[in-house]
Design a protein around this ligand. Structure first.
Ligand code: NAX
Ligand code: K
Length: 215
């Protein structure tokens, strides 16, 4: 069953109000995404993984992935697209502060998109269900960088720039090899398999009761 983006937000909020906090949803989302990626790639030990992270909760999922992938021995670089004091949510901030206690993860922020390594895998955790309008900087340059770089590309929830409700694209959007979306499929995503690549839905622990009155 496919759902709307509004229904997803309502289910998320209801689950949170029931006590299944958004930070747990985020943890499960990031962990499930990593499992799918590992199933595809196999061993990530010593692989260079570059994670582009936006300031919303799509970025937060990427931060969770950074921690898990480091645990699997990958060399992880996180590129935060903006200033860390502009991270929007409590759960995303919580994950950022955890990474700050992990010297094994390289944390970058700012406007430079020059890296001293070639990524084996790029993770697109820039924009998810919160997208609106044309893509603004610095997200636009990051999306261009991703499209210009030759490596395996993984989208968190939805390729950035694709509207998961309508299936329409903004002025710029990523083209990925795999997309893992969460809880239930959003209506617009499967319309653009050319951008999502292999497409999966993963449960993230939201109680089915959180759907009551919404679906
Ligand atoms: N809904 C749920 O149940 C869950 C959502 N999660 C994640 O949270 C995401 C949604 O998080 P958010 O609501 O914070 O939204 P996003 O993280 O998708 O993005 C919102 C942010 O992007 C900025 N933005 C929006 N459009 C832009 C544009 N065109 N150019 C530049 N910046 C733009 C906004 O200012 C806002 O700060 C989902 O895609 C998913 O990855 C997960 O953590 C798991 C649970
Ligand atoms: K994304």
């Amino acid at each position: 069953m496919e759902i709307t983006v509004d229904q997803m937000y309502n289910i998320e909020n209801k689950g949170h109000d029931m006590g299944f906090l958004k930070k747990f949803m985020m943890e499960n989302a990031g962990a499930a995404a990593v499992k799918r990626l590992l199933e595809k790639i196999g061993d990530v030990k010593s692989k260079n993984i570059l994670i582009f992270v936006g300031l919303g909760n799509n970025g937060g999922d990427g931060l969770v992935m950074a921690r898990h992938l480091t645990g699997y021995g990958a060399k992880v670089t996180v590129m935060l697209l903006g200033n860390s004091n502009k991270i929007k949510t409590e759960e995303s901030n919580w994950n950022w502060s955890l990474l700050q206690k992990m010297p094994s993860v390289k944390l970058l922020s700012g406007n430079s998109l020059k890296f001293d390594f070639k990524p084996d895998i790029i993770i697109d955790a820039i924009l998810g269900t919160g997208i609106s309008g044309e893509i603004r900087e610095p997200y636009a340059s990051a999306i261009n960088y991703i499209n210009e770089t030759d490596c395996y590309k993984f989208a968190v929830d939805v390729p950035s720039g694709l509207d998961p409700q309508t299936g329409e694209t903004a002025n710029i959007f990523t083209k990925c090899d795999m997309t893992v979306t969460f809880h239930k499929m959003k209506q617009g995503i499967p319309k653009r398999k050319d951008l999502t690549g292999e497409l999966f839905v993963e449960k993230i622990g939201i109680p089915p009761e959180a759907e009551e009155g919404i679906l």
